[in-house]
Write a protein that binds this ligand. Sequence first.
Ligand SMILES: Nc1ncnc2c1ncn2[C@@H]1O[C@H](COP(=O)(O)OP(=O)(O)O)[C@@H](O)[C@H]1O
Ligand SMILES: [Mg+2]
Length: 283
Amino acid sequence: MKVAYKGKVRDVYDLGEYLILSSTDRISAFDCVFDETVPDKGKILNSISRLWFDFFKDIPNHIVETDYNKYPGEYKSREELKDRSVLVKKCKRIDYECVVRGYLSGSAYKEYKSIGQIAGVAVSRHYVESEKLSEPLFTPAVKNDSGHDENISEAELKNRVGVELFQTLKDYSLTLYTKGRDKVKTEGLILCDTKFEFGFDKEKVILIDELLTPDSSRYWEVETYAVGISPPSYDKQILRNYLEKIEWNKNPPPPKLPDSIIKELLSKYQELQEKITKCLSEK
Ligand SMILES: Nc1ncnc2c1ncn2[C@@H]1O[C@H](COP(=O)(O)OP(=O)(O)O)[C@@H](O)[C@H]1O
Ligand SMILES: [Mg+2]
């Protein structure tokens, strides 16, 4: 078994026609991966993504097999893949991150504050940080393997991929965001923003990568949400607070994380998993 690609937290195995995406227990913050791991975090993130893929079964996706005992060849029943991986169709990736924002945060807030635009479009209304947008916005970005993704306008994406593919990506993305947002509301969660990735399965556009996990999305809690501040995203809050307390300068090497922080992080991930499981099992 050879890892074909090592992301910050996921390992990708290339089987030719398929990929295995495996979520490890690694944690990262400020683009830095820590030496410590959060045991079972990968399993939790993998399960959150799977729950969402199941929930959105009407939208075609890349999932082929989720039971590691049914993986082909040398990948079958490997302990390191157990419950933390999925076997997916390897697709020709559409190299854009399909970001949807329901609230003004992150890079969109920075853009708005400096030039009064969101994703290249002038905004007439006044907003404060983290405020709910009058409607969810599709704000695509070029996927850049070197690290930093570049935001582009809808018009630019349309130019690059053509009106038909543009519309498909936008429609799928807005549908996924809106339904996801409405679902998690019942558990006191706010889906601030998220990104989707799509690929081609032959001619057909399908949903790939991970879906609505805390790694690809910013979840907030109703209780700690307020406008005019930047509420920390669900899972990063504990880590950020700790890193601020010890005044880490955000440059590698990362500091050692105490057991107490690891435990707190794990229980936060478990809590999120429980909440998402709960709201997706409601009719
Ligand atoms: N079905 C798929 N076909 C092709 N590429 C995929 C598919 N699903 C996910 N990917 C790609 O696999 C990689 C997964 O790596 P990831 O752990 O997300 O690392 P990072 O985002 O840090 O590059 C990403 O580049 C993603 O675009
Ligand atoms: Mg990724």
